[in-house]
Ligand binder design. Structure first.
Ligand code: GMT
Length: 390
C-alpha cells in the first residue's frame, strides 16, 4: 500500500501559534512525500516560495449589500468540498476548532450525500477551548464538532484534560505535542547583533508574543525592572498586538525606555533568540507555549508562569523556572539567580536544548502520520456503516 496521503490543511494564516504549527506540519509532511493542500483565506507567511508537494487554495468571500459580514464559513465549506472532490483528498486536518471543525462537519455531510466519506482530524490549540471556545456564544458548536470529528488531537496533555473538563466530550483525544524544526531554530552566531543591542556586554532578556492580554506583557516589564536593578541588562520585546501601547506607557512611567527595545513582528525570531540569555513567558493561559520551546531550541532558559501546558515544556529547576501567575517578585528572583551565575546559566542552557530535542520535528511528525492512518482505517468502517443507514 502506498502510504503517502493527500491531506487538506485548514488554519488561520496569521502570526498566531496555531497557524505556525499547521504550516510547519504541512511543510514537514510535504518533505516526506505527502501531498499537502492548504485551504485558507490568505497564503500563510511561510508558503511564499515554490515547494514540492505543496498546493494552496484561496478562500475568497463574497460581498453583497445584504451581508453586513461576509459568510466566511459558507465560502470555506464550499471551497473544501471542491478541493476534496477534485484533488481526491484522503483526509482533512483542521487547526483551531472555531469555525474550522464545524465547517469540516458540514463538508463531511455534503460529501457524504454525494457518496464520499472524508475523514476529519481536528487539532485543538488552546484559546479555541480555554478562552473563545468557553464562551457561551460558541460552546455548543465547539463541543458538537469535537464529538463529530473522526480524530481529535490536542497540543498538550493539559489541553486534552481541559477539553474534557470544559465540554461534554464522548470522543477520544490524542495529545500530540507541538514540535520544533532544528534546521531553523538553532543557536547561530549573531555576535554583531549582540554588540548592537548590548554594547557593554549587558545580559539580554527576550519575550515573543502577540501582545494580547493573556500574555501579561506588563509582567515581563515588571520582572525586567527588578532584574535591571541588580544586573546590567536589556529587554527585547518581539511581536505586536493590542497591549503594546500599554507596555510602552509602562516603560515610560518607570523610566526604562532606553533599556527596552520594541521590535515589532519579526520573521527571523531565531536570530534574536540567538543573542538572548533568558526568555520570559508570564502568560495567564498557555496550552503549550511554542514561543518558550523555540527559545529553548536556541539554548535560552525560560522564566515562566506555571499555568496550562507550560510545565510540560519548561521543566522547573532544569530548563528554567516557574512561578505562580503574577508573582513577578519570584520570577525576577529566579532570573537574577541565573543571570548572575554563569555556570548555572550554562547548565540551564544545555538542559533547555536537550529538553527541546524531545520535541524534534522528526519525532513528532510520525505521530501525526500514524494517527492519520489510524483515522483513515477506522473511517472505512464508518463509511460502510453510513452507507447502510443512508
Ligand atoms: O498564543 C496565542 O495567543 C496564539 C494561539 C493560537 O491559537 O494561534 O496559540 C495557542 O496555540 C499555540 C500552538 O499550538 C500554543 O503554543 C499556545 O500555547 C496557544 N496559546 C494559548 O493557549 C494562549
Amino acid at each position: 500500500m502506498d502510504n503517502k496521503l493527500k491531506i487538506g490543511i485548514v488554519c488561520y494564516p496569521t502570526f498566531g501559534g496555531s497557524g505556525v504549527v499547521a504550516t510547519e506540519l504541512g511543510l514537514g509532511l510535504a518533505k516526506k512525500g505527502h501531498q499537502i493542500h492548504f485551504i485558507t483565506y490568505r497564503q500563510p507567511a511561510r508558503l511564499n516560495t515554490f515547494q514540492e508537494n505543496i498546493y494552496y487554495h484561496e478562500v475568497s468571500g463574497e460581498d453583497y449589500p445584504l451581508f453586513e459580514y461576509s459568510p466566511y464559513d459558507t465560502a470555506l465549506a464550499s471551497k473544501l468540498v471542491d478541493v476534496v472532490k477534485y484533488e481526491n483528498l484522503d483526509l482533512l486536518h483542521v487547526h483551531y476548532a472555531i469555525p474550522h471543525a464545524a465547517v469540516a462537519y458540514m463538508v463531511k455531510k455534503i460529501l457524504l450525500a454525494e457518496g464520499k466519506y472524508i475523514p476529519v482530524v481536528t487539532t485543538l490549540h488552546g484559546t479555541d477551548i480555554t478562552l473563545v471556545g468557553a464562551n457561551k456564544a460558541f460552546a455548543p458548536v465547539v463541543a458538537f464538532s469535537i464529538n463529530k470529528s473522526d480524530g481529535v488531537t490536542a497540543v498538550s496533555e493539559y489541553l486534552k484534560q481541559a477539553t474534557f473538563k470544559q465540554f461534554n466530550i464522548d470522543n477520544e483525544i490524542e495529545a500530540i505535542p507541538n514540535f520544533i524544526d532544528f534546521e531553523r531554530f538553532t543557536k547561530k552566531n549573531k555576535d554583531h547583533f549582540k554588540k548592537a543591542i548590548a554594547p557593554e556586554g549587558e545580559k539580554i532578556l527576550a519575550h515573543v508574543s502577540n501582545f494580547r492580554k493573556v500574555k501579561r506583557v506588563g509582567d515581563v516589564i515588571r520582572v525586567f525592572e527588578k532584574v535591571f536593578e541588580k544586573t546590567p541588562s536589556k529587554l527585547l520585546l518581539i511581536g505586536d498586538g493590542p497591549e503594546r501601547k500599554h507596555a510602552e506607557e509602562l516603560c515610560r512611567e518607570i523610566g526604562l525606555c532606553d533599556e527596552v527595545r520594541f521590535l515589532g513582528k519579526q520573521d527571523a525570531v531565531e536570530e534574536l533568540l540567538a543573542v538572548a540569555d533568558l526568555f520570559i513567558l508570564p502568560s495567564e493561559s498557555e496550552s503549550f507555549g511554542l514561543a518558550a520551546l523555540e527559545a529553548m531550541a536556541c539554548e535560552v532558559p525560560v522564566i515562566s508562569s506555571n499555568v496550562g501546558g507550560i510545565p510540560e515544556v519548561n521543566i522547573h529547576g532544569v530548563t528554567g523556572f516557574h512561578s505562580e501567575l503574577g508573582d513577578v517578585e519570584d520570577m525576577a528572583k529566579n532570573a537574577i539567580d541565573l543571570l548572575t551565575n554563569e555556570d548555572k546559566l550554562e547548565t540551564f542552557r544545555k538542559n533547555a536544548l536537550k529538553q527541546a530535542q524531545t520535541f524534534h520535528i522528526d519525532k513528532i511528525l510520525p505521530k501525526y502520520e500514524n494517527y492519520y492512518h489510524k483515522v483513515i482505517r477506522e473511517s472505512v468502517y464508518k463509511n460502510i456503516k453510513s452507507e447502510a443507514t443512508n
